[in-house]
Every structure is written in structure tokens, then in C-alpha cells.
Ligand binder design. Sequence first.
Ligand code: UDP
Ligand code: MG
Length: 346
Amino acid sequence: MTPGEPALRQDAGGRNRASAAERAAAGLSIVMPVYNEAGGLAALHARIVGVARALKARWGLACEVVYVDDGSRDRSLAIASTLPADGLDVQVIALSRNFGKEAALLAGLEHARLGAVLFMDSDGQHPPAMVERLAGHWIDDGYDVIYTAKAHRKAESFLRRSFGRAFYTLINWGSRHKIPEDAGDFRLLSPRAASALRQLPERNRFFKGLASWIGFRQLRIDYEPAAREHGTSSWNFGALLGLSIEGLTAFSVAPLRIASLLGLLLAATALLFGVYILTEVLVFGTDVPGYPSLVVGLMVIGGVQLIMIGVMGEYIAKILSETKGRPVYFVAEHSLTRATSDAAAA
Ligand code: UDP
Ligand code: MG
């Protein structure tokens, strides 16, 4: 060790102990969107309590859990309100109606009171047992965004997988910043990453994209998602399509570029076809039967134009919704229960 270097900063493994302690001092908010999850919520909370206890024991990390009830129609809110604040603070935020998962995540992010933020589904598919590992990469290794990706998607239908692949190809096409494929919403953000995410002003949110767009030190972890324990996934094809269009228009102008390319292609084809017809008439003197080719040409151009007007409409709709500047969600109820039995947990 060179003289003058603080002895505190290194342990035997050469790791940065002092700053790990500094990081842990920021605390961790676990944000969970809840939509009709009454069946498994209490059991999940019990596991979270266990995780919080382990984090406390290992790093002295204080935790809170933020349940954002996204207008559930079952007893989710009632159940969330009775969960014990056993060694960690419990916040329950009830949105005024169902605003969708992205809005619920934003509500959680904005209400999180501790430094680091972890997003986690409340259906048990994101294993609480992994939280300690994610936290370790933040506290010990200093990563800012630790995101998880499904190790494989065998469980999903062929259609959904192809749809997913097409989506990421399109969204990353020609863009300087690539959004990682298969990354889920299960991710941990360091305090500076969380605050960066809070600064993004857009109302149409696509968290996977934004969390990767902000940069900082990112780390990917592959994991095996658990099967859903209760209820069914609230994503149907329509909802998924909506989110995809959301993500695409927020992150990529690929659809517009495809429009331009298609236009060019059509124009070139038309030009060639024109030259061909002219040669037929002028050189060979053939009487060109015009009707079928005219109809085909008209229909192709008409169809392409309609599609592209639709694509442009998506972007204009996005501009409209951003300029309206409406809040993303409204909070109907908000409660905070402070941790009990902290001494027992420590
Ligand atoms: N969710 C939500 N609002 C919605 C739909 C879902 O807050 O409108 C929550 C849901 O409670 C769960 C998470 O988002 O915690 C993921 O939902 P789901 O399991 O249905 O999606 P999947 O796992 O199939 O992607
Ligand atoms: Mg799920």
C-alpha cells in the first residue's frame, strides 16, 4: 500500500469496501406493480420480508417495498394494505384506475424513498431469491443497471417468440443504441440510474428501453423465470401489440425509414415498368393492354400509402399525447407503514 492511501478503501480481496458501505447506506426500494394478484401477494410478501432480512444482515441495507395497485378488481389492495412491515417499510399506492404496468412502474419509481430501486413483478415470476445477487452486483461490484433476461423462451409459443424477435430487429435497426433483446422488467437501478430515469420527461414510457438508454454501467443476468403461481398473465396479443408499437415509436424511426425505402423501391419499379412499356410501344409497336397493370399498380400504391399514413399517424398520436402533458397516473390512496422489529431483523 502506498503511504497516504486510506487503509479503509481496500480489503484483502482488493475490493472497494468503503464505497460498498457507502452504496449500501442509500437503501433499496423494491417496486412491485400489482394487478389482480390477490392469490399470491401475501406469500410473495413473506418471501420479500425474508430477502430484506438477508440484505440487512449482509450489508446493513435498509429496504422498503412499494406496492402499486394498478386498479385491481380483486382484493389485491385490501390484502396489500394488511401486509406486515416486518423489518422493512411498506408503502401501498393505489392508482385511481388501471393505467397499465408502465404507469404503475413510474408511480413506484416516483414514490420510492430509498436510493436504489428494484422493479419486480408481483406474480412470483421474478424470483425473490435472486434479489440478493442483483444487489450484490450493485453494492459490491458497482454496477448501475442490473437487468435480467430470460435464459430461454421455451415456454412461450412460437408465434410470440417470432413476434418478439421481429420487434427487437425493428427497434434496433439502424439505431446507435441497441436495446438488449429479451431483457425483462426485473431490474435493479443504482441511485444515480434511478434518478436519471426520473428525469426523463416523456409520458409514454417504455421502461426496458429507457433503462438501457440512460447508460451507466449495465450488467445482464440470465435467469429462469418461475411459472406464474396464481391467476393468468394479463397480456393478451392486443396488449402486447400496443406495448410494441409504444416501444417502437418511442425508440425508433425504423418504420418511417421503411416507408421511405418502400417508396423508393416502388418508384424504381414503376420507372422500370414505364421504360418497358415505352419500348414495347415505340420499338415493337405493340398495343399494350393497360387495364390489368393499371389496377395492380393502383392497388399496390394505394395500399402502401394507407399503411404508411397509419405509421405516420402513430408518431403523430405520440406527439399529441406528449403535448397534452397529462399526468401518467393518479394516486387514489397512499399509505406508509414503518418497519417494525428492526432490531430483530438486524
Ligand atoms: N400489471 C399491472 N398492470 C397491468 C397489467 C399487469 O400492474 O395492467 C402487473 C402484474 O400485476 C404483474 C406484472 O405487471 O406484477 C406483470 O404482469 P403479467 O404477469 O400479467 O405479465 P407477464 O409476466 O406475462 O409479462
Ligand atoms: Mg407474469
